[in-house]
Design a protein around this ligand. Structure first.
Ligand SMILES: C[S@@+](CC[C@H](N)C(=O)[O-])C[C@H]1O[C@@H](n2cnc3c(N)ncnc32)[C@H](O)[C@@H]1O
Length: 368
């Protein structure tokens, strides 16, 4: 047994003892540590209740109803069509979570987190679609044993069956992704300039929000989105609608089965790798290596496992992607390994404003 192993075993024994807990509460410093640990454990234990408080607030549109200022219990109960005692119980819980704030004797207003959620497009849509994950997680052991019938795998059709494209399904998930993409695009492009680049190929670029933002910021750039046929149509529509018909275009295809178009000197994979299992990811990275020009830059942006600035994000994506039917969150080190195996070098982390949402890394084709 190594020294570290021995120490950790001693620690685990101590922390697992009720007598030890009682004794540490008697001393100020150890009391502080014990309280903090108890708090963290409580948050994990109670997290599903917090989520449902938020889900109820979103379903009742409470943050919008309170956006203009305080509102009374009576008016909220009548507007939300929920009897006042039940509604007030929700409002009290939302105050504890800083989603709302009490105002005077009988009024409520936004709390700082409720107010912030209005400034983050995508949160409400994310919370709404979490109903599916919530149902899938109702019996976690069943889900871990068999995920073939999960609600999330129906929602993300391509996860259960790589390459599957179906119009209504594609439209639904593309709208969800587009809601948060403007934040992601801003973060990615602030940390990785495309100045001086000729052509962007955004693989799995969805309805084109990221590519359109790149076209807006870099007037010399041309961009193509490569996505499943039913999604590529949406990107083409966006380029025409936003006046980028000349510089932007979309190609429908299957990134795992079709040859990727060549010629781009930037290839981006934004929130793509984590959706897929290792074998497909390596195949995709090799295809990107074939397609990219020798002076090209590969840009990868997605939330990652083992992100110290965002503890817990990895846990969320591990379960989310398991329920979805494919993929996993990967650490920066793991992605680097896969990139190097696929023929890329000079893998660098570029930083990001919100590592919770996305981390940005780049790589260049290795000399052959
Ligand atoms: C999680 S979404 C990310 C969309 C966009 N990059 C973003 O960050 O908002 C994954 C995208 O990959 C696309 N995709 C999945 N499988 C694909 C395949 N086999 N070929 C091409 N695109 C695919 C999906 O249609 C979807 O638009």
């Amino acid at each position: 047994m190594s020294l570290r192993d021995w120490l950790l075993t001693r620690r685990d024994r101590m922390l697992g003892s009720a007598a030890f807990h009682q004794s540490v509460l008697r001393f100020p410093i150890s009391r502080w540590i014990a309280r903090r640990r108890a708090r963290e454990l409580f948050d994990i234990t109670a997290g599903f209740v917090y989520s449902q408080v938020l889900a109820a607030c979103v379903e009742l549109d409470l943050f919008e109803r309170l956006a203009a200022g305080p509102v009374s219990s009576e008016k909220l109960a009548s507007d939300c069509a929920i009897p006042r005692p039940g509604l007030e119980r929700l409002l009290e819980a939302a105050v504890e979570l800083r989603l709302l704030q009490r105002w005077g004797a009988d009024e409520w207003r936004l709390g700082d987190l409720g107010a912030a959620s209005r400034g983050s497009p995508g949160i409400a849509a994310m919370v709404r679609h979490h109903g599916m994950l919530y149902r899938d997680l109702l019996e976690p052991l069943s889900l871990l044993t068999d995920r073939s019938n999960s609600d999330l795998s129906q929602y993300w059709a391509y996860a259960a069956e790589p390459g599957r494209s179906e119009a209504a399904n594609a439209q639904r998930y593309s709208e969800l992704m587009a809601e948060s993409q403007s934040f992601v695009a801003d973060d990615v492009l602030a940390h990785c300039s495309l100045a001086g680049r000729r052509e962007l190929l955004d693989i799995g670029g969805g309805s084109g929000v990221f590519a359109a933002e790149a076209l807006k910021r870099f007037p010399e750039l041309r961009a193509r989105v490569f996505d499943l046929p039913d999604v590529a149509v949406l990107a083409d529509e966006r380029f025409s609608r936003e006046g980028y018909g000349e510089r932007g275009g979309a190609i429908g295809g299957d990134m795992f089965a079709d040859t990727l178009p060549g010629g781009a000197d930037v290839i981006s994979l934004v929130r793509i790798l984590h959706d897929h299992d290792d074998e497909l990811v390596v195949r995709l990275l090799r295809a990107a290596r074939q397609a990219i020009s020798p002076d090209g830059l590969l840009l990868i942006a997605e939330p990652m496992a083992e992100t110290p600035a965002a503890p817990g994000v990895g846990a969320y994506f591990h379960l989310y992607l398991w329920a979805m039917g494919s993929g996993r969150p990967r650490s920066f080190a793991r992605i680097r390994q896969m990139l190097e195996a696929a023929g890329f070098a000079d893998v660098r982390e570029r930083g990001s404003f919100q590592p919770l949402l996305v981390r940005v890394l780049t790589a260049r084709p290795a000399a052959r």
